[in-house]
Design a binder for this molecule. Structure first.
Ligand code: B1M
Length: 235
């Protein structure tokens, strides 16, 4: 019977080509122990943590996103999938952060007010830490006062904001406008990201750059920090 077959499935017996979609299926079904096991098997087989992240976890979550959009999955199922994804990310986090690179700069990041999506933001934080940045994560539902208090307190180089809803992304402009009003906009690099954003939106709200994904966030942060240092050195 199909159910017995499911019960008997031994992940470590699967080839890489079979295991990766199986991890996607387990993520879809919210099976966090199985997702964690699959991630560990790929790592044991020599997969780089970033490859596991993108090809197994992020790819799996993309399918969840499509079925959520199409009304096939609902919030409770998506929450389970998100928890399964987090279980996999928890294994990868120390490995991604393990580069021992010199500190590149400091970023304060948070998901904007009204928005509770945090998986993408957490991924960006992990990748930034892995690239040698110090990251202060303000969590979800972050209001303008919390952002501004944190960038001042932490003497941050970068403010990062994440939004996953078309209804919450305009809040990024509120934060940037407040920075401008207080005369501190130019003191920080402002990077924004999240699925509904694009380059044009980033420009229109006065951010320094829009980052399509976590890898782009790292590259963009490096570029902007280097540019800042050069400006300071040039006087
Ligand atoms: Co929500 N949700 N959700 N959700 N959810 C979306 C975003 C949606 C697109 C689904 C859909 O309809 N297809 C849709 C938004 C539609 C819209 O606004 N146009 C939606 C909706 C409608 C909602 C609710 C309103 C549903 C409801 O209650 N009826 C509700 C809103 C709650 C709220 O925030 N107030 C809601 C709730 C939830 C859950 C709680 C169930 C859960 C979140 C769990 C959690 O995060 N802990 C959830 C999830 C999981 C999703 C989807 C399926 C997946 C999001 C995700 O984690 N993606 C999502 C569908 C989708 O996006 N395709 C959806 C994986 C992640 C790795 O990608 O977050 O894009 P992403 O991050 C990327 C880049 O965007 C970028 O780098 C990341 C890594 O590469 N990036 C940054 C992100 N932030 C950055 C910041 C940076 C730089 C780069 O700063 C420098």
């Amino acid at each position: 019977m199909a159910d017995d077959d499911e019960d008997d499935l031994i992940l470590s017996d699967l080839s890489d080509e079979e295991l990766v979609p199986q991890i996607g299926d387990d993520l879809y079904d919210g099976l966090k122990d199985e997702v964690a096991e699959g991630v560990n098997i790929l790592l044991e087989r020599g997969w780089a943590p970033y490859r596991v992240l993108t090809e197994a976890l992020v790819a799996g979550m993309t399918v969840v996103g499509h079925d959520f959009r199409d009304g096939i999955l609902f919030v409770p199922e998506v929450l389970l999938a998100a928890n399964a994804m987090k279980a996999g990310m928890a294994i990868l986090k120390p490995l991604l952060a393990e580069t021992g690179a010199p500190k590149m700069g400091k970023m304060v990041i948070g998901t904007v007010k009204g928005d509770i999506h945090d998986i993408g933001k957490n991924l960006v934080s992990m990748m930034m830490e892995g690239a040698g940045f110090e990251v202060v994560d303000l969590g979800i539902n972050t209001d303008v006062d919390a952002y501004l208090e944190a960038i001042a307190r932490e003497e941050a180089d970068i403010l990062g904001m994440s939004a996953l809803l078309t209804t919450t992304m305009p809040y990024m402009k509120t934060v940037i406008d407040t920075m401008t009003d207080r005369g501190i906009r130019e003191d920080y690099i402002v990077l924004v990201g999240g699925a509904p954003l694009n380059e044009e939106f980033g420009k229109s709200i006065g951010a320094d750059a829009y980052c399509r994904d976590a890898a782009v966030a790292v590259e963009t942060a490096k570029e902007w920090v280097a540019r800042r240092h050069n400006q300071i050195a040039a006087g």
